[in-house]
Structure formats: C-alpha cells, structure tokens
Write a protein that binds this ligand. Structure first.
Ligand code: FAD
Ligand code: SIN
Length: 519
C-alpha cells in the first residue's frame, strides 16, 4: 500500500491545475497523480476553440458572459455558480499565463479573442486551433518541476475505497480513503491510501462511439463515484457538437471547431441551402443544442448522411493562420476548404452533468472531491456554452485548492484490505468485450441520441440490462483488464443517462424527447 496526502485521478486540466497549486503551496505534502494512458492523453489535449474569459472591457462585461451562459443553459444553470466562475476567469487565466501557456495575440499585442456559438461578444482566448494541447504542455512542464508531485502514467483507477471496504468501520458518514489502482505495465493491483482523493477523470464521449473525444473518455470517475454511492446528477444532458468531420468509412472523430463558425462559416444542406437562419435568428452562432437539433432535423428530412460547412467565402490566408490544424486535416481528407465544403455531422462531445459537487468541489462523500468534466457544478445547466469547460476546470481546481489550504483533510487510521482477485482468470474472450462494447455504443447512438422518445429509452434500458448481466458475470470471473473495467464503467454511465432521461419531464437545452414535445 502507498500513502499520500492527495490522490488525483486524471491528468487533464482539472487534475494538473489542482496538483500544481497544492504542491506549490505545501512543498512538504505529497501529491500522486494516477492517469490511465500517457500523461498528456486527455480531452484537454484536443480542445480547439479556447477558454472563454471576459477581457475586452470596452465591448464585453461579466454581465454579458453571465447572460450568455444562462441563456445557453436554458433555465437550469445555478446562477450563483455562473457568476462565481465567470468573475474568477481573468485571475485564473493569469495563472495559466504565469505557468507558461502561450495564447495568440493581435496586432496591438493584446490577447486575440475569438467567438463561438451562443457568445454575444469576442471573448475566447486561444492558441491557434490547438489550445488544449498548449495548456496541457504548460501544465505538465510545471508538474515536472515540482518534486512533491509523482505522476504515474498507465495506472488505472479501478474503484474508490470507502467505508464498506473496511471491516467493523462504524461511521454515520460515507468517507473515501483512496482508491485501488491497476498498474497496466506490470498487471499488479495496489491501494493508494490518501487523506484527500480528487476525481479529475474527464468525460464520457466513448459511450456513443461516434464522438469527438479520445478513447480515454469512458466515464470511469463517474461510474466509480456512482458505485461508491455519491450523488450523480444531470446525466441526461449530453452535449452533441454540431460539426464533427464526416467520414464515409468508419466513425469520424475529428472536430471542426465552433470557432470556424465564429469566423464566418455557413452550414448548408446538400441542395446548398443555408438552413440555420430558418431555425434561429443567431443562425450558425446559435447555441450548440439548437444547431445540433437543427442539423438532425435537416438530415431526417433529406435522408442525407451529413450536412456541409462552407468556408469558401472566407479569407483563406487568415483561416490558415487561425486554424492550421483543421486546414491540414481537411487536406488529408482531400478537402480543400478554398473550394470544397466540409462534410460534417453532430457527434457526442461533452457531458453537462456528472458527480454533484458544491462550490468547494466536495462530492456527497467525505474526503472525495471532483473537478472538471466528470463533475456537475451547476454551471452548464441543460447545455454548456462553448469554451466554458476549460474555464470551469480552472476555477474549480482553484476552489478545491482553497478549501485544502484552510482544512487539513485527514483519513482515519484504518486497515484497507488488499484487492481480492482470488478465483479469477485472465479473460480469454476479448472478443466478448469488443462485441459488448459495439452493442452498447450502437444502443446509445440509436436510442439515446440527440432526439429521444420514451419508447426508445425504455427499449434501451431492456437491452442494456442484458449487456450489464453478461459483463458483470465476466467481471466476477476475470482478472482485471483496462478494457473490461472501461466497458463496465460505460455501462454504468449509460444506465445513468437513460434513467435520468426517463426522469426528466419537459425538454430543456440539449435534452429533447419527442413525447415531451407533444404535451
Ligand atoms: P480530461 O482532460 O479528459 O482528463 C481526464 C484524465 O483522466 C485523463 O488524463 C484520463 O486518462 C484520466 N482518466 C480517466 N479515467 C481514468 C482512470 N480510471 N484511471 C486513471 N486515469 C483516468 N472545452 C473548452 O472549454 N474549450 C474548447 O475549446 C474545447 N474544445 C474541445 C475539443 C474537443 C475535441 C474535445 C473532446 C473537448 C473540448 N472541450 C473544450 C471540452 C474540454 O476539453 C474538456 O471538457 C476538458 O478538457 C476536461 O478536462 P478534465 O481535466 O476534466 O478531463
Ligand atoms: C470547439 O472548438 O468547437 C469546442 C469548444 C468547446 O467544446 O467548448
């Protein structure tokens, strides 16, 4: 067993920001970051558009950013949280700059500000179209400079350790004591006992197969917290990004940033009609829920597999300068944006819900914190405003840091039993895991997508139960593998999305059920 002051699960913007802050403030305290892939692999690394922060004091204001966030969230945001996050933005961005992150500047030397759907002003700070890559680079560099942080790549958190793992532990409250960790290099499973544990394990995109997210986004932290009996909320609000690059063969995952629409690109159907003004007066810059639902409606009417993003009227040199990665990726697909329209379709992108936390980032389990995409703070309500996610992670990492600066979390001195895998064998039937995964992703795409119905949701629950039973049997008899754990986690997360969808009465933001629309 390994002991530490702080166990951080995940090395994206949320986990790294908290680790840097706490390690800088308390050099005598020990931080361990476990992360299941290479240390930089995360949703953060792929963020394109940027970080939404109010910087232009002449045209923009906190009031406007707050209003835009509340409108996007469709009445379900927690207004006090929205105010807190947005007002903290400039300070948190300053820290990121101090840690060495570089953002684009304009001719006058000020930070260049982009615009995205749902924003009434230019306020998105960016590094070309690879903002997340730059943030991840800068944070990891700082992490490596701090001797009291140990980062363990290819270490998979399997489950949280709570009261019920410990014999004769009597307490009124549920507490977290750390986690069971699977070393993917050696196959060993060991315990990390921590005074404070933070889930910073990111999103759930892979539940849908067709997603902008990388393969790590399997909802592990949410599933672990759910199994540990933490409160999970707003799971029905899965955000579909309107413009993932459509690929005829296979499932596309490359994102064409919303900032491209902010730059002036139009959405057209196959006939060439620019359809967004028919749906919303903000046209291509309506919030994401509206643009994705409008594309879905166009595709259902026409039977076409995708719509198009037209950039041919834009200043191409400026486009290449702002979006070099997107320009290059399109060329690799034989799409020359100077003359070709880009085929695009909506893909699962972001989870607005997750592990319920208060303003200090505390979950409903003692000594367990959650931050970033796995958490539900109340900022996003029913639909996240573009580029508010990186901002939320920065602000909440700071809030959790502030809490720990004032409160010394102490885990009681208890004996945690070792992981017990007696009687299990190495799973020979990898094909079963793959098969169940494909079934799960098809089920979520077909029955729990952008437009839902009660009938489809109920059918989804029935099918999911079958997959659940098969996978639980496999889990009980098998030695741990990451793919088996991830599948199990994705099943838990899917269950939460479907159940909480069925519980939602009325349509809001990213949640659209045709049965609610009829009422
Ligand atoms: P992540 O960055 O996803 O990090 C999660 C970490 O947890 C990873 O290191 C992962 O390996 C690790 N992990 C997961 N499970 C386990 C486990 N069981 N054991 C150990 N480690 C584990 N947001 C914006 O605000 N602006 C943007 O421009 C923007 N663009 C985006 C573009 C794309 C293509 C995508 C996919 C997302 C974008 N987002 C954007 C959303 C934003 O990037 C994410 O919400 C944010 O980066 C999440 O950060 P995080 O630290 O919470 O999680
Ligand atoms: C994008 O660049 O379109 C993604 C922005 C976001 O998800 O906030």
């Amino acid at each position: 067993m390994v002991t530490t002051d702080y166990l951080v699960i995940g090395s994206g913007i949320a986990g790294l920001t908290f680790s840097v802050k706490i390690a800088e403030k308390f050099p005598e305290r020990k931080v361990i970051i476990v992360t299941k892939a290479n240390e930089d692999e995360s949703n953060t690394k792929y963020a394109q558009g940027g970080v939404a922060v109010v910087l232009d004091k002449e045209k923009d204001s906190f009031k406007k950013h707050i209003k835009d966030t509340l409108i996007a969230g469709d009445g379900l945001c927690k207004e006090d949280v929205v105010k807190l996050v947005i007002k903290e933005g400039p300070k948190r961005l300053k820290e990121l700059l101090l840690w060495g992150a570089n953002f684009d500047t304009n001719a006058s030397g000020n930070l260049d500000l982009g615009k995205e759907g749902g924003h009434s002003e230019y306020r998105v700070v960016h590094h070309k179209d690879i903002t997340g890559y730059e943030i991840e680079r800068a944070l990891l560099k700082r992490v490596h400079q701090l001797p009291n942080i140990t980062i363990l790549p290819h270490h998979f958190a399997i489950d949280l350790v709570t009261n019920h793992h410990i014999d004769n532990y009597k307490s009124e409250t549920l507490s977290c004591f750390g986690a069971y960790i699977f070393n993917q290099n050696t196959g060993d499973i060991f315990t990390i006992k921590a005074n404070s544990t933070m889930l910073a394990s990111g999103g759930i995109g892979c539940v849908y197969g067709h997603t902008t997210n990388p393969v790590i986004a399997t909802g592990d932290g949410i599933a672990m917290a759910y199994r540990a009996k933490a409160r999970i909320k707003d799971m029905e609000f899965v955000q579909f990004h309107p413009t993932a690059l459509y690929e005829e063969k296979g499932e596309s995952s490359f994102l064409i940033s919303e900032a491209v629409r902010g730059f002036g690109a139009y959405l057209r159907n196959k006939k060439g009609h620019r359809f967004m003004p028919d749906y919303d007066k903000r046209a291509e810059l309506a919030s994401r829920d509206i643009v994705s639902q409008s594309i879905d409606s166009e595709l259902k009417k026409s039977g076409d597999p995708h719509v198009y993003l037209d950039c041919t009227h834009l200043d191409i040199e400026a486009f290449k300068n702002h979006f070099p990665n997107i320009y290059k990726k399109c060329l690799e697909h034989h799409i020359n944006i100077e003359k070709d329209w880009i085929p695009v379709i909506p893909a699962s992108h972001y989870l607005c819900g997750g592990i319920k936390v208060n303003k200090k980032g505390k979950t409903t389990i003692d000594n367990l914190f959650a931050c970033g995409e796995c958490s539900r703070t109340g900022l996003h309500g029913a639909n996240r405003l573009a580029s508010n996610s990186l901002l939320e992670a920065l602000v909440y990492a700071h809030n959790i840091f502030k809490y720990h600066s004032k409160h010394d979390c102490k885990s009681p001195d208890v004996a945690i039993p070792d992981w017990n895998d007696e009687g299990t064998t190495i799973p020979e039937e990898h094909i079963l895991i793959q098969h169940n995964l494909k079934q799960l992703q098809a089920l979520m795409r077909n029955y729990v997508g952008i437009v839902r119905s009660n009938k489809r949701l109920k059918r989804a629950i029935k099918h999911l139960d079958l997959i659940y039973n098969e996978v639980e049997d496999l889990y009980k008899e098998s030695k741990i593998t990451s793919s088996l754990c991830e599948l199990r986690n994705m099943i838990n997360v899917s269950h939460l999305i479907i159940r909480q969808s069925l519980d939602r009465k009325g349509n809001k933001g990213g949640y659209y059920n045709i049965d609610n629309a009829k009422k």
